[in-house]
Design a protein around this ligand. Structure first.
Ligand code: DGL
Length: 279
């Protein structure tokens, strides 16, 4: 048994999409989350910059007592998992791409035409394709980046024509020319626009990696005897800029689900614990 929290991080609020499936699967676990809202997006930045930011955040989570690090960001998972594992050899570190790739390989056949959308860095890394091919060599995989999605989502521009037009701009040719039947949301921000995508392309079967991680987290903690039982502390969410959208997202995740865990916001700008906000 291990009642320390699981550390999650992302460049912003996208990684929060991994939290509800985890809470459903492992309700006794507590979370410490860091969203780097002041420096988002990561997906068009140089790999060296992404590595520097990720190391700072992982150091912070480990210093804060995280028993495991979950990289709730495809961009960081595509570029930094090995570095972080090397830096923290005694802490389990899970990237979002590997469990997703295994599931894609299990669910899809050579008849499927699988599209993967993600940030520029994720798509350029070919991390999805190479990871999927380790499990299943013959699948038809097509990839494209959609760099404007994350800034719009961080701004809360979701339920309107601007987002729909942006989706069509990036995806119309991609979906039609490749005759896709399956779409992988290869960025943790994209589940927040999955309703738009489903409405515009009802023919696509959508695979959401944010829903898939919880099983692998449960397996890793279970195998190591590190599952929590009745922990006293609540969940804590840090953001490097306390944006209204980040707060609204947490509000929408925890309110309405009857979750009585204590949730705190802390604006973390490397000076720690400013603007504590609690409900
Ligand atoms: N949500 C992240 C991902 O899964 C990062 C997006 C970004 O910051 O560009 O890739």
């Amino acid at each position: 048994m291990d009642n320390r929290p699981i550390g999650f991080f992302d460049s912003g609020l996208g990684g929060l999409t991994c939290v509800p499936p985890l809470m459903k699967k492992l309700p006794d676990e507590r979370i410490i989350y860091f969203g780097d809202t002041a420096r988002t997006p990561y997906g068009s930045k140089a790999t060296t910059t992404i590595k520097r930011f990720s190391t700072e955040i992982a150091d912070f989570l480990v210093e804060s007592g995280a028993k495991m690090i979950v990289i709730a960001c495809n961009t960081v998972s595509a570029t930094c998992v090995d570095d972080l594992r090397e830096r923290f050899p005694h802490i389990p570190i899970l990237g979002i791409i590997e469990p997703a790739a295994r599931t894609i390989a299990e669910r899809c056949t050579e008849k499927n035409r699988i599209g993967i959308i993600g940030t520029k860095v994720t798509i350029a890394s070919k991390a999805y394709e190479s990871c999927i091919r380790r499990y299943s060599g013959g699948l038809n995989i097509f990839e494209t980046s959609c760099p404007a999605f994350v800034p719009l989502i961080e701004e809360g521009i979701i339920d309107n024509d601007i987002m729909d037009l942006t989706i069509k701009y990036y995806m119309n040719d991609f979906v039609r020319n490749n005759r896709l039947d399956t779409l992988v949301l290869g960025c943790t921000h994209y589940p927040l626009i999955s309703k738009n995508i489903e409405r515009i392309y009802p023919e696509l079967h959508i695979i959401n990696p944010s829903d898939i991680m919880a099983d692998t987290i449960a397996q890793i903690l279970g195998e190591r005897g590190m599952l929590a039982k009745d922990p006293e502390a609540g969940n804590v969410f840090y953001a490097s800029d306390l944006s209204e959208n980040f707060m609204n997202m947490i509000d929408s995740i925890f309110r309405g689900e009857g979750d009585d865990a204590k949730v705190k916001f802390l604006n973390f700008d490397m000076e720690m614990e400013k603007n504590a906000y609690e409900f």
